[in-house]
Write a protein that binds this ligand. Structure first.
Ligand SMILES: *Cc1c(COP(=O)(O)O)cnc(C)c1O
Length: 352
């Protein structure tokens, strides 16, 4: 038992204080930092590129890192329920952690706009699921109205405990590399995660656990790029549903991170996102969800512009697992060929 990986709250206890009896964990975190081999070679990248495989968290996205702490703190504060608006992954994580703690989860999602895998998670973990006739931004307005009620805790990324927990991914990257990378690439939706990584890197830097700080490079989808455009987007539209957000909760903080780290927030279009999505699956064998591929699309776009120098270390967060949204993978692939049940029929189609 004593060698069991304990999850991020117990591993990073000094940063994540909470009463022992309130800790709820699914042993999230400790995800691999995975070196790109064939993708990096195919695109002749001059860098060392690593993917942080956050889809390998227990509910299949990085949201687990924030949710373990947010639900633990909600329990400590004697809340009866957690509530969130979600493009899918937050609701999946909230539902799972609430189930593990015996608390209620109430999730509000945009009607018809969330990936089926994510909806199925919220449902099977027993959350009360509501679909709003509107988009994510409107769903968030709805739950914010309820957040005044002391019996419920809002666990969207405006909850400070979420971001505290999410810092742990930056800690793990520094542990894996022995220092911070030169650049960190990350998809941006509500901009909570980019904020959390930057805080995490800074915390270790102040403690002398890393010598340098990365330049933070955030990527929105072109059809949902309010930070890049400088104004909210009323009807955000992108294949990357997890970052289909028109009015990010942590907007100002994303701008601060870009400025303070000497990085930037930019956009990639759906074609670039889907091309990166296929590339990482077909060249490196890792299946991420479309929103996650925005960070890889960003790396490829910047590489094309000659942005990197030889040997630089680049880390890239792959935020969620591809199985969350299998419809897109099927759309992006040739359909299976139907054959008669005979070896000869199969051979006919093969170029062996
Ligand atoms: C939540 C989420 C994002 C966006 O993260 P923010 O903190 O909202 O910027 C990106 N990808 C996936 C898979 C997500 O679930």
């Amino acid at each position: 038992m004593s060698n069991l990986y304990p999850g991020i709250i117990r591993k990073y206890r000094q940063y994540l204080p909470v009463a022992e009896a309130s800790i709820v964990t699914l042993h999230e975190g400790n995800t691999p930092l995975f070196e790109s081999v064939r993708l990096a070679k195919h695109y002749k990248l001059p860098i060392k590129l690593y993917f942080k495989l956050e889809g390998l968290n227990p509910t299949g996205s990085f949201k687990d890192r924030g949710m373990t702490y947010a639900v633990s703190k909600a329990h400590e504060a004697r809340s009866q329920a957690v509530i969130c608006a979600s493009t899918g992954n937050t609701s999946a994580a909230a539902a799972a952690y609430a189930a593990r703690m015996g608390m209620k989860a109430i999730v509000v999602v945009p009607q018809g706009k969330i990936a089926l895998g994510k909806l199925s998670q919220a449902q099977i973990h027993g959350a009360q699921v509501f679909q709003v006739k509107g988009n994510f931004d409107q769903a968030l307005e709805v739950v914010k109205e309820l957040a005044e009620n002391p019996k419920v805790t809002l666990v969207n990324s405006i909850n400070p405990h979420r971001l505290m927990g999410q810092e742990s991914a930056a800690f793990e990257i520094v542990e894996s590399l022995g220092d911070a990378p030169d650049f960190h690439f990350i998809p941006v939706g509500n901009a909570g995660n980019i904020t959390a990584y930057w805080r995490g890197f800074n915390r270790l830097h102040q403690e002398g656990k890393c010598k340098s700080l990365p330049k933070m490079c955030g990527f929105q989808a072109a059809g949902a790029a309010p930070i890049v455009l400088g104004h909210p987007v009323k009807n955000p539209d992108t294949v990357a549903s997890a970052i289909r957000i028109g009015n990010p909760a942590n907007w100002q903080s994303a701008l601060d991170v870009a400025r303070d780290s000497d990085g930037f927030i930019a956009a990639v279009d759906d074609e670039e996102i889907l091309s990166a999505y296929r590339a990482v699956a077909q060249l490196d064998g890792y299946f991420c969800e479309p929103a996650s591929a925005a960070s890889i699309a960003g790396v490829l776009k910047m590489a094309k512009q000659g942005f990197f120098q030889k040997g630089q270390i680049v880390t890239c967060t792959l935020t969620g697992h591809g199985l969350k949204d299998p419809d897109i993978a099927i759309q992006q692939s040739p359909p299976p060929v139907v054959i008669e049940p005979k070896g000869a029929a199969l051979l006919e189609h093969l170029k062996l």
